[in-house]
Design a protein around this ligand. Structure first.
Ligand SMILES: [Zn+2]
Length: 265
């Protein structure tokens, strides 16, 4: 873990900021037992990545069955928020944190108590109608949305391929698959938040995929400070005003505790 000087710098920058936006990736949830998709033992070693391509999900019942099996395994692991999620929820409660933009689909920020969360890759905690035969990676659903448990109940009741009760279309986890269009509304809101912040706090993202990779540069262009907290180097460390190397839970808990103790009243 980084030295205490880095932690003090981080704590000071957070306390001095008017509007912090956090951007979080898989690294913030590994301490909750959710493996990074790219890591050894990660999900790709147990499931076929081709099953997560949108057009295949639409075309093949077997792909949909595998996808539901994967979702069951995901929730059976019963991941809970960790110290990093709790520290960001606390940072929102005490003031400076305006919004969390996350690449994660696990819903752990909300479970930790965060109120303002933009999920640019969707959420595994809901399922949604994607229409009878969506083309071009674009969901074309009727608007039906339900908790993920709705699909599990259907499967438990012997329905092999749960369909939309409203229009008969396909139902899919409300996550963004490979080959599926990004949710434009969420991405636009994320970009607007980055443009309006004075400190972008990147946690647990390798910053290798777009739009994530573009956010630190955009934050700087709008005059914000950039801090990267990650347990290994990222491609964009040179862009950051401060890089704190370490486990997200330890770093954020320590940095936010420093703010708490300074808070008035
Ligand atoms: Zn429908």
């Amino acid at each position: 873990m980084s030295g205490s000087a880095d932690l003090e710098s981080l704590s000071r920058m957070l306390a001095g900021a008017d509007r912090v936006v956090a951007f979080t990736g898989a690294g913030i949830s590994t301490e909750s037992g959710i493996p990074d998709f790219r890591s050894p033992g990660g999900i790709w070693t147990r499931y076929d990545p081709r099953d997560f391509i949108f057009d295949r999900y639409v075309a093949e019942p077997e792909v949909r069955a595998n996808s539901w099996a994967m979702r069951r395994a995901f929730f059976a692991a019963n991941a809970r928020p960790n110290a990093a999620h709790r520290a960001l929820a606390r940072l929102e409660a005490v003031g400076p944190l305006a919004t969390i933009i996350t690449q994660n689909i696990d819903g752990l920020h909300q479970e930790a108590g965060s109120q303002h969360v933009i999920e640019i890759h969707g959420t595994a905690r809901e399922v949604a109608c994607i229409g009878v035969h969506p083309v071009g990676g674009a969901p074309d659903g009727c608007g039906f949305v339900a908790p993920h448990t709705w699909a599990f109940e259907q499967l438990d009741a012997g329905v092999d391929d749960p369909g939309c009760p409203d229009c008969g279309g396909l139902v899919k986890s409300a996550t963004i698959s490979f080959g599926q269009q990004m949710p434009l509304d969420a991405v636009r809101r994320a970009q607007a938040e980055v443009a309006a912040c004075d400190l972008l706090l990147v946690v647990g993202s390798s910053l290798q995929v777009y739009p994530a990779a573009a956010l630190p540069g955009e934050a700087r262009r709008y005059g914000a400070q950039v801090v990267i907290v990650n347990d290994e180097p990222t491609d964009l460390d040179d862009l950051a005003h401060l890089v704190v190397r370490g486990r997200a839970g330890e770093v954020l808990a320590a940095a936010v505790a420093g703010i708490d103790s300074d808070a008035p009243g």
